[in-house]
Design a protein around this ligand. Structure first.
Ligand SMILES: [Zn+2]
Length: 200
């Protein structure tokens, strides 16, 4: 079993078995985009030995440093084969973000820097025909704190956190956006019902 924040994750609850139960083989996954590498988010990397693990440069540097565990990066548990692929944000501005990286050939999946919670935090946006799905990781704790702009207790930079949540709110104002936060118990419900976050 793995410890994940305040809970224990049973082997069958880990991401590998969960994906298999949905009919996907983790070994077929091309990219694993890590919003950040805190211990409660990165414990499942070992299920994806065939995948490119995408990280921002500051996040990779902090997570792989000898001092990583002091900042919540449990790098003693990372798989030996881990060689992150660095996201360069070279694809110009996207919506409310000054720089971005477009991942897919169809131009529908974007990665944007959202520093604050960690200095190298990033978020992922997938555009569908009707709305965007924002995978925000820990850029905000939940929908409510995104809207209020509250900074979480472990944020490495309050000012960057404020700037990132402002940009995410602006995105929600510009485009119909379904927001997903790692610790928001309502995330799955919003995704299933395509309920957008209103930030105006
Ligand atoms: Zn975190």
């Amino acid at each position: 079993m793995q410890r994940c924040g305040s809970c224990w994750v049973k082997p069958e609850e880990e991401v590998g078995p969960q994906l298999k139960a949905l009919g996907f083989d983790p070994l077929d996954v091309r990219w694993v985009i890590m919003t950040h590498m805190h211990g409660d988010h990165a414990g499942g990397i070992g299920h994806f030995p065939n995948s490119e693990i995408l990280l921002s440069k500051p996040e990779a540097d902090a997570a792989l440093a000898r001092t990583g565990p002091l900042l919540g990066y449990l790098n003693m548990h990372y798989p030996d084969w881990l060689k992150p692929k660095i996201v360069s944000f070279n694809d110009g501005p996207w919506e409310s973000f000054e720089c971005s990286s477009t991942l897919t050939k169809d131009g529908c999946v974007h990665i944007v820097p959202t520093p604050g919670h960690t200095l190298g935090h990033m978020a992922v946006i997938a555009e569908t025909d009707s709305h965007c799905v924002l995978v925000a990781g820990d850029a905000a704790y939940d929908e409510q704190t995104l809207l209020s702009g509250s900074v979480d207790g472990v944020a490495q930079s309050a000012s960057l956190h404020h700037d990132s949540t402002r940009r995410l709110r602006e995105l929600c104002g510009r485009r119909p956006t379904v927001t997903q936060f790692a610790h928001d118990p309502e995330s799955a419900k919003r995704l299933a019902s395509a309920t957008v976050t209103r930030a105006d």
